[in-house]
Design a protein around this ligand. Structure first.
Ligand code: 13P
Length: 339
């Protein structure tokens, strides 16, 4: 393991003004997104859509792109590997290496992320295709009687094993313990579960001897469930999210790159911005968004070649707004100016 190199890559991923584009939707998730805009989810359409993102000006604000297994093997229309196009844009290619979630036996309503078998061999392969970092996502749902501690601990253990393997193969692990925002719980319940998940995670990372200087954490923000009657202000989310992270995340971690998790585009940007305005955090704070970066370009594109420029403009705008938010320099007026 080359810790100096891992640390360099991790720092580049969270450089001020930049963040990560999560473009690693599985074939199933991609179909869902394409269904919503009336586009057939063929391999070619998935390639064309992602190619338009990777060739857009918005890449100036994208430090790294998380790819799906299919995408890291794909070539652009002109034959250039998509990973190469990302590099040419000055960004780092990364790869999602988990194999998705499966029901956790005897724990109804809870899931465990799979994919540890054969992982070292897959990491070596992906490194050969240009990957500099990886992602593994675990999912913790909040509901009546859940999450169980067992679910949190089992998923944290898998994340730690994945992270150690990545570092041993000189790849930076993005460590993602996502607490979902699907329920009707309030912000404080999200805080409590996020705290437990992060405490358990850093304990497992320690036991696995993962080097914190060579990883990036990808957490959820502390938000109320989508079905909660009690929604939260931007300031409340920023303050509570920063508080739980300071309680749980050691300063040796170079950076925190949030998932958007179903927040609106504007909420995801405003809340990230507010956290950076509060300042005094020991780590860089930025984005690793899928939906909050891609909803607008997907809608603008709608599968039509004549809409490529409009889709690229929509993506470039969201990347720029989130780039500003990563430095606490975003304002709502900047959104209006561009609209
Ligand atoms: P969202 O920003 O849509 O939550 O996706 C981020 C991600 O990569 C989840 O694993």
């Amino acid at each position: 393991m080359d810790l100096a190199e891992l640390n360099k890559v991790a720092n580049a991923m969270v450089a001020p003004g930049k963040g990560v584009l999560a473009a690693d939707e599985s074939a199933g998730t991609c179909k869902k997104r394409f269904d919503a805009i009336g586009v057939e989810s063929t391999e070619e359409n998935r390639r064309d859509y992602r190619e338009l993102l990777f060739r857009s000006k918005g890449m100036a604000n994208i430090s790294g792109v998380i790819l799906f297994d299919e995408t890291i093997r794909q070539k652009a229309k002109d034959g250039t590997p998509l990973a190469k196009i990302i590099e040419q844009a000055g960004s780092l290619p990364g790869i999602k290496v988990d194999k998705g979630t499966k029901p956790l036996p005897f724990y109804p309503g809870e899931v465990i992320t799979e994919g540890l078998d054969g992982l070292r061999e897959r990491l070596v392969e992906h490194r050969g295709r240009g990957a500099k970092f990886c992602k593994w996502r675990t999912v913790i749902d909040i509901g009546p009687g859940i999450p169980s501690y067992y679910c949190i601990k089992a998923n944290a253990g898998a994340l730690a094993r994945y992270a150690a393997l990545c570092q041993d193969e000189n790849l930076v692990p993005i460590v993602e313990p996502e607490v979902l925002m699907d329920g009707d719980h309030d912000t404080d319940r999200c805080y409590q579960v996020t705290e437990l998940a992060l405490k358990a995670l850093f304990h497992e990372l320690y036991l696995a001897r993962v080097k914190l200087e060579g990883m990036v954490l990808k957490p959820n923000m502390v938000v109320p469930g989508k079905k909660s009657a009690k929604q939260a202000s931007v300031d409340e989310v920023a303050e509570k999210t920063l508080r739980v992270l300071k309680e749980c995340v050691p300063a040796a971690v170079p950076g925190i790159a949030f998932l958007s998790g179903g927040q609106s585009d504007l909420d995801a940007t405003a809340r990230l911005n507010a956290m950076n305005r509060l300042g005094d955090a020991p780590w860089k704070i930025t984005f690793s968004y899928s939906r909050a970066l891609q909803a607008a370009p997907q809608k603008a594109w709608s599968g039509k070649a004549e809409n490529v420029a409009a889709a690229q403009a929509a993506f470039t705008h969201r990347a720029a707004m989130n780039g500003l938010a990563s430095m606490g320099k975003w304002t709502p007026e900047l959104e209006k100016k561009a609209a």
